[in-house]
Design a protein around this ligand. Structure first.
Ligand code: PLP
Ligand code: COI
Length: 340
């Protein structure tokens, strides 16, 4: 591990590594996995990913433990979710077993870029699937490309595990009620760029989106799910237009193990008053505690942390999850895969 990177100063961004892994779907079948050291891809100018948004991606992480071993967190869940995204926008599904093989291969090939245990950083893994076949009419492509690359990363929100402020703005939606919010397709992120930039310019870490039909219930943040804590309950939104977060699913299990009651239901905005802690959760965000949520339309503010510190339950969940990811605690659910 000799890459001259200041691991503990890393932010969440792209750093070049040595290799990526690719696979092409042509003439009705997936080819072999190919290793590439180019950061570029070439494609037809009429490729469907460029015109009609046939693009889906994933995000997962590899962690180097105290034992120097590298563990990948819940990789099969990401493989399945990519299939569900592909199905939703009529792309060719990338086979689960090939996803596993490609991810293990790209991490192994770039293992020198997996940050050291003490740094608290990790290796972000970004698989993507795009329609590359040319179309001018609005139709699915007949050729696809799967690529997976990696980049060493630090925290997604620059504050790391410190509470940040979020904002509700009703004039923006991220996903339609029966649209594609439940899958990880590029269009959802394009739809959130404008509102995200406005929020950042005003000093917020993220937008907290409401359901786009009634604007009554909490959905999720642009890049992460949302949860609330009251006493012994972990409460997280039920909605068709939010991404089923693998981190949230894991936290629900850990909360249950800690004897908490886990509730998934619609949450009205005004209910934010009734909770003691709030957090965003996701692969990139891990747990990002929320200090305050401002409702830009009503002028109301909901405060969860006054002293700049995370709440006790967020803290406990964060440490528990990290301990499993880095191999400090036993992986009782078989969530991690070793890179041999
Ligand atoms: N919600 C959105 C919109 C996301 O982009 C992400 C990130 O992947 C998440 C939630 C969190 O999902 P996961 O925990 O599977 O990374
Ligand atoms: C992730 O958490 O993996 C994400 O994809 C969030 C964001 C970078 C889009």
């Amino acid at each position: 591990m000799n890459k001259n990177i200041n691991w503990s100063e890393l932010s969440f961004g792209y750093l070049p590594t040595d290799y990526n892994v690719r696979c092409y779907f042509r003439r009705g079948k997936w080819g072999e996995l190919e290793v590439s050291s180019s950061e570029n891809i070439t494609m037809h100018m009429a490729a469907t990913c460029l015109h009609y948004g046939q693009e889906a991606f994933e995000g997962l992480k590899a962690f180097r433990g105290k034992d120097n071993k590298i563990r990948i967190f819940r990789l099969d869940e990401n493989a399945k979710r990519l299939q569900s995204s592909a199905e939703t926008i009529l792309m060719e599904k990338f086979p689960l077993e090939m996803f596993r093989e490609a991810v293990l291969k790209v991490v192994k090939l770039n293992e020198a870029y997996c940050p050291p245990y003490e740094s608290g950083a990790s290796l972000y893994i970004r698989p993507l699937l795009i329609g590359t076949g040319p179309r001018v009419g609005v139709k699915p492509a007949d050729e696809y490309l799967f690529v997976v690359f990696v980049s060493p990363v630090g925290p997604y929100f620059k504050e790391g595990f410190k509470p940040t402020n979020m904002v509700i703005m009703r004039e923006f939606d991220r996903a339609a009620p029966q649209g594609t919010g439940h899958v990880k397709v590029g269009g959802n992120y394009a739809a959130s760029l404008h509102s995200g930039e406005i929020a950042h310019a005003k000093g917020y870490s993220a937008v907290l989106y409401l359901d786009s039909k009634e604007k009554k219930y909490i959905d999720e943040c642009g890049p992460a799910n949302f949860f609330l804590i009251r006493g012994n309950s972990y409460v997280t939104p039920a909605s068709h237009s939010i991404l089923p977060s693998i981190t949230n699913k894991s936290l629900m299990k850990l909360a249950e193990d800690m004897g908490m009651e886990v509730i998934r239901r619609q949450i009205r905005v005004e209910e934010l008053n009734d909770f003691e802690e709030a957090g965003a959760c996701g692969t990139a965000a891990v747990i990002s505690p929320v200090a305050r949520i401002d409702d830009a339309d009503t002028g109301k503010s909901y405060v969860f942390s006054k002293d700049g510190k995370p709440g006790k339950v967020c803290e406990k969940l964060y440490h528990k999850l990290r301990a499993i990811q880095y191999g400090d605690e036993p992986d009782t659910y078989g969530w991690t895969t070793f890179v041999e």
